[in-house]
Write a protein that binds this ligand. Structure first.
Ligand code: TXA
Ligand code: MG
Length: 320
């Protein structure tokens, strides 16, 4: 076993917290069986304690212990997409405590695709409860440096697995009932899910029976204001705001001309590429000292659905 993995395993085994790399974003992990450890996650994040956490496991076989049952559809999706950026909501087994599930009768499960975290999970032989490793409501981290910037000395161990390959969180599908529903678009596209499911999986944006921070309207937010515009309107808006003396950053697709004087951040034209750099770019735009970030939405297909969802939430009015 790699030394840094052994160190992380030792901390987790005695109830400590470790930031773990995954293919989506970094997670803030605790042994999911240790309630006192799980409660520390909520304290460090500043997250309401009734918000459920995802349990990360090393395989479908390990996942079975955390759920009362896997429907045929759940089995099919798990076989097709694990390890990978898919979280399945299933009826919980007694292993999944109220601390993890927020008192709901379901549990979120996923097998992440990252060699370091898979090695850690195999060594520990338990599930790791882990939300994204950011303070509540803020931008999710896609590098170890982001996690350190977020928590500093309050978090002793960050397992550095490099930059995340997907860049946005996992897709969440509720398969705990007969009617599957997409609760959060993410790293696996709706099209890919439906192809395997061979049925429609509707995107439910306001599930009234759930407490889901991913469904809290304002989320994933930079410090600067975020304004979403049609691509053709970006340059004119930037020019006007610059004339008013504002500090403006623009997220611009490769090849797009932006207003002179605006700080511009180039993002890949394809939605998958945009997803990969989205959070890091919002952080850079914040760090540039911009008061306002201008961006436009990709088309609502493939990885574009997740990017749109995160941008719309980041731009939503914020509670004060
Ligand atoms: O990609 C990811 O999913 C990352 C990495 C670290 O795995 N994790 C992540 O965790 O995004 P978090 O806590 O930031 O978001 C998890 C989402 C929340 O919206 C939570 O409400 C939902 O999963 N969730 C977890 N368990 C649930 C359950 N039993 N029922 C409904 N939603 C659930
Ligand atoms: Mg999160």
């Amino acid at each position: 076993m790699r030394t840094e993995v052994a160190e992380a395993a030792a901390i987790l085994a005695r109830g400590g917290l470790v930031a773990i790399p995954t293919e989506t974003v970094y997670g803030l992990a605790a042994d999911a069986r240790l309630e006192f450890a799980v409660r520390q996650i909520f304290a460090l994040k500043g997250r309401p304690s009734n918000h459920p956490l995802i349990v990360h496991v090393d395989s479908l076989e390990s996942a079975r212990a955390w759920a009362r049952s896997f429907s045929p559809l759940a089995n099919r999706l798990a076989q097709a997409f694990w390890p990978g950026p898919l979280t399945l909501i299933l009826p919980r087994s007694p292993l999944a405590s109220d601390a993890v599930t927020g008192g709901q009768d379901t549990v979120g499960l996923r097998v992440p695709q990252h060699p370091l975290t898979l090695e850690l999970l195999r060594a520990l032989k338990t599930g790791l409860a882990a939300p994204s490793a950011n303070r509540y409501g803020r931008i999710s981290p896609t590098t170890a440096e982001h996690v350190r910037a977020e928590f500093g000395a309050a978090l002793a161990c960050v397992l550095d697995g490099g930059p995340c390959a997907v860049g946005v969180e996992s897709t969440i599908v509720d398969v705990s009932t007969d009617q599957p529903r997409l609760l959060r678009p993410g790293g696996i596209s709706k099209e890919a899910l439906e192809a395997v499911a061979q049925q429609a999986i509707p995107h439910v944006t306001h599930a009234t029976d759930l407490r889901v921070p991913g469904q809290v309207q304002s989320h994933y937010a930079p410090t600067a204001g975020l304004l979403l515009l049609d691509e053709s309107a970006l340059a004119a808006e930037a020019t006007q705001r610059l004339a008013q003396g504002q500090r403006v950053a623009v997220l611009a697709r490769e090849g797009l001309a932006v207003a002179q004087g605006a700080t511009s951040f180039t993002v890949p034209a394809d939605a998958e590429g945009f997803a990969r750099v989205l959070y890091a770019t919002l952080r850079l735009a914040d760090a540039s000292g911009a008061e306002v970030i201008l961006a436009s939405l990709p088309a609502a297909e493939g990885a574009g659905l997740a990017v749109r969802d995160r941008l719309l939430r980041a731009a939503a009015p914020r509670p004060r």
